[in-house]
Design a protein around this ligand. Structure first.
Ligand code: ZN
Length: 250
């Protein structure tokens, strides 16, 4: 692999975070793991978001509007860093060039945990983002994949599975953060405020709250809490003390 091709003078050594959420589109993270990011921030952890696309092919709004809305949503979610790559919206591909773009961010943010979308999805961008993210994660640890920053392999990948009809491995209790998560989603006024453009394609504004709260309630019930967000992990869990296992059986 030719070393110098991937060096980036733009690579930043600052802006590290404990948890990095990667998603295909601006507003995906708000829907699938925004409450979890809020919960991690409340625990004093540093959180960050990487959106792979900028939303230029959306039926509503412009990429510039979505950038401003994403910045406001990031503020509401308490994340310390949010970036968007320039992958084509609606045509995300798992290429070496795209993997390297993510490697640069992984080596700059240096997270312990990465949240990816679940790997099977109705929207191809979501499914490809999962594989693309996973392969970038692997490359990020290889010394010979050269960027200006040192190699870094995050400790853990978890998959946000809200968009997928699969049984989650675990639920994060987002009960105290559900209103704030909703506010972050509604920061995308160009997408979710009622309007003529593409009104047949979008859920009416008044239904968004009901639908997202119902989903969160469903996942919360699985874990015996009010509102929850679902995740899948590929590894098993390790238990120390059986008497401290959460989620009551009966
Ligand atoms: Zn999406």
């Amino acid at each position: 692999m030719p070393a110098a091709n991937f060096a980036s003078s733009a690579a930043s050594e600052s802006g590290q975070a404990d948890v990095l959420a990667i998603a295909a589109h601006r507003d995906d993270v708000e829907q699938t793991c925004g409450g979890t990011l809020l919960r991690m921030a409340a625990r004093g952890l540093r959180t960050a978001i990487l959106d792979l696309t900028q939303g230029e092919t959306g039926s509503r709004g412009t990429a510039q509007q979505r950038a401003e809305e994403a910045a406001e949503a990031a503020r509401l979610l308490g994340v310390s860093r949010r970036e968007a790559l320039d992958l084509p919206d609606g045509a995300v591909e798992n290429t070496l060039e795209n993997r390297i773009k993510i490697v640069r961010v992984l080596r700059s943010v240096r997270p312990r945990v990465v949240i990816l979308p679940y790997w099977q999805a109705r929207h191809p961008d979501h499914a490809i983002a999962a594989t693309l993210g996973y392969e970038a994660f692997f490359l990020s640890g290889l010394k010979k994949v050269y960027t200006l920053a040192a190699p870094h392999i995050p400790f853990k990948i978890v998959y946000a599975s809200l968009y997928a009809d699969v049984r989650p491995s675990f639920i994060v209790d987002i009960t105290p953060f559900i209103e704030q998560r909703h506010a972050a989603l509604m920061a995308y006024g160009s997408q979710y405020k009622n309007q003529e453009t593409a009104s047949a394609l979008f859920v009416p504004e008044e239904e968004i709250r009901e639908r997202t709260f119902a989903e969160a309630r469903h996942y919360g019930l699985l874990a015996g809490v009010r509102y929850g967000e679902p995740f899948v992990q590929k590894e098993v869990s390790l238990v120390d003390d059986l008497t401290l296992l959460p989620v009551q059986s009966i």
